[in-house]
Design a protein around this ligand. Structure first.
Ligand SMILES: [Zn+2]
Length: 218
């Protein structure tokens, strides 16, 4: 996962305007092979724009390259989208392929840490939510992104508690529990049954007993 923005020092034609509000992040695919921000910059200059329309370009290897300056109004989602949003493009074509794990990790970092530090929590949308387009492609994993952003917004201590309970066998981490989910009665009962089993097994197994204490005391 990338933890930095790679500067690209692109030269823009005049005409960049300051954005007065920032409420949304809008996701795109490049519908192209894995290309650097400088190539997209050239494409957009060719359309007689000021330069690259997206603010960030996430490469297949997870690198996050700077596009248009983050303070400027972008050119990626038309009049309904550009005025209050940051445009993020993932390279690739997600009508046919899908984003790499490294791209998703960098996108989650941008949306859950880097951008909120300046703008607070942003609404996340796809280009297709704003305009008539397939972008960012039918294979873009919206459910995964939503789940990861929810989990990423959870405080550290809650995440640690979840990991601890997973390691102790009280919950099943494979089910991707979100600490802030509400619990139904069956879930509470399932956790109690798991806890009873874990404890009863530990009673008969001194090594497991000590291990369990170590996990829960951490
Ligand atoms: Zn798009």
């Amino acid at each position: 996962m990338s933890n930095q923005i790679l500067e690209t020092n692109l030269q823009f034609n005049s005409g960049l305007k300051k954005r007065s509000s920032t409420r949304r992040a809008i996701i795109h695919h490049s519908a192209s092979p894995d290309v650097p921000a400088s190539t997209i910059h050239r494409w957009h200059l060719g359309q007689e724009w000021s330069g690259i329309g997206y603010h960030f370009v996430i490469r297949v290897n997870g690198a996050v390259e700077r596009g248009r300056p983050v303070w400027a109004i972008g050119a990626h989602s038309g009049v309904k989208g550009n005025g209050d949003s940051i445009g993020i493009v993932l390279t690739g074509n997600f009508e046919t392929g899908k984003p790499t794990a490294a791209q998703m990790a960098s996108l989650v970092w941008l949306l859950s840490e880097y951008l909120p530090a300046t703008y607070g929590k942003l609404t996340v949308a796809g280009h297709k939510d704003i305009m008539q387009t397939a972008c960012p492609g039918r294979n873009f994993p919206w459910a995964e992104l939503k789940n990861r952003l929810e989990v990423a917004s959870v405080p550290d201590w809650m995440q640690k508690l979840m990991v601890k309970c997973g390691r102790a066998g009280i919950i099943d981490p494979a089910h991707g529990h979100n600490p802030n989910d509400t619990s139904t009665k069956w879930f509470v009962l399932a956790v109690m049954v798991n806890l009873a089993l874990v404890m009863l097994k530990a009673v008969k197994n001194p090594a497991r007993h000590d291990e369990l204490i170590r996990i829960l005391e951490e």
